[in-house]
Design a protein around this ligand. Structure first.
Ligand code: RIB
Ligand code: CA
Length: 317
């Protein structure tokens, strides 16, 4: 039985690659993809989402929901890694935006239409999810599962000394989702930092002469270059792709239930995920946290999935 999923993305390079995986994954029914501001402002994320879906041209078109900026403004972007356009400067045709349905409305409609069977895989700030929960307070109990790229248990922050980007960008929404009564799995930096996609890994990607192979290289090569310039690393993290595999291949991971919360006010610690490991924890909001990853097997699944997507796309040209 295919897993019914909604992807919530801030494309973003690994977000874009995750959409390709999901759109052609035979084990998944991609019901919708919703955009949120994060790596790039909300308007750019919406345009990127539309352009990616049109480029991928999946046999079953998912519904599309467009997110707007978090209440207030997006404090930051991640353009130093993803490029000004968010896709590494990839020249995707500028798609005409189909009617823009609000992301939170699409999420509520789809989850309500099939209670307890829909999973949301969150790959950006949690703005849309929090809005959906405010719009329909019964929604958390109707969700099958929510997987969240973000946070850090012991790992350092990647956008501030102590905060991960998605939580930093909208900590208030992250806290709302963390406190919500649904089955939640957090995929923190401690785990997603375990895989660094290197230039030689691209040799296993779809051939450079294929549509998808061309897109992936045009996104990941500049990102690997940006990682080297900004962080001195010989590769790029692929956080969102790991979260996708966590949702579709849970056997490659181990989880542990933890209690904690999200800092929403700290001048230095805003967006920090704080866990309470004391014998009698006072922080009482629990969440399942992935603690172990079979990194080689996960990377193999990502590469296999991308090659599968490419083979299907090439049959459709
Ligand atoms: O911290 C990693 C997250 O920040 C990923 O979702 C990446 O796309 C960026 O949004
Ligand atoms: Ca993302």
């Amino acid at each position: 039985m295919p897993k019914k999923i909604i992807l919530d993305v801030d494309p973003g390079i690994a977000d874009a690659a995750s959409i390709a995986l999901a759109a052609y994954d035979p084990a998944v029914e991609l019901l919708a993809v919703t955009s949120v501001g994060g790596n790039v402002p909300a308007s750019a994320a919406a345009k990127n989402l539309q352009a990616i879906i049109e480029f991928l041209d999946p046999p079953r078109l998912p519904r599309i929901g467009m997110g707007t900026a978090p209440d207030g403004t997006l404090p930051i972007t991640f353009r130093q890694v993803h490029g000004i356009d968010g896709l590494g400067g990839t020249p995707l045709p500028v798609a005409e935006l189909r009617s823009q349905h609000p992301a939170e409305k699409v999420i509520c409609d789809i989850v309500r239409s099939d209670p307890e069977n829909v999973m949301i895989i969150c790959m950006g700030p949690l703005t849309n999810i929090a809005r959906a929960f405010r719009r329909d307070p019964e929604l958390p109990k109707m969700l099958r599962h929510i997987y969240i790229t973000g946070g850090a248990v012991n790992a350092r922050g990647n956008i501030s000394p102590c905060a991960e980007f998605n939580f930093y960008a909208d900590p208030v929404s992250a806290r709302i989702v963390w406190h919500s009564p649904c089955t939640k799995t957090l995929v923190p930096l401690d785990v997603t930092n375990k895989i660094l996609l290197r230039l030689n890994d691209l040799e296993q990607f779809p051939d450079e002469k294929t549509k998808l192979g061309t897109l992936l290289r045009s996104m990941f090569i500049p990102a690997i270059r940006a990682y080297h310039q900004n962080y001195g690393l010989e590769g790029v993290h692929i956080h969102d792709l790991i979260t996708y595999i966590a949702a579709t291949h849970p056997r490659l991971f181990e989880t542990s239930e933890m209690t904690g919360d999200v800092e929403v006010k700290g001048h230095i610690t805003k967006g920090m995920t704080v866990f309470d490991f004391r014998r009698l924890p006072e922080l009482s909001y629990s969440i399942d946290v992935i603690t172990k990853i079979d990194a080689d097997a996960v990377l193999d699944e990502i590469i296999t999935g991308l090659n599968n997507a490419s083979e299907q796309m090439e049959k459709r040209v």
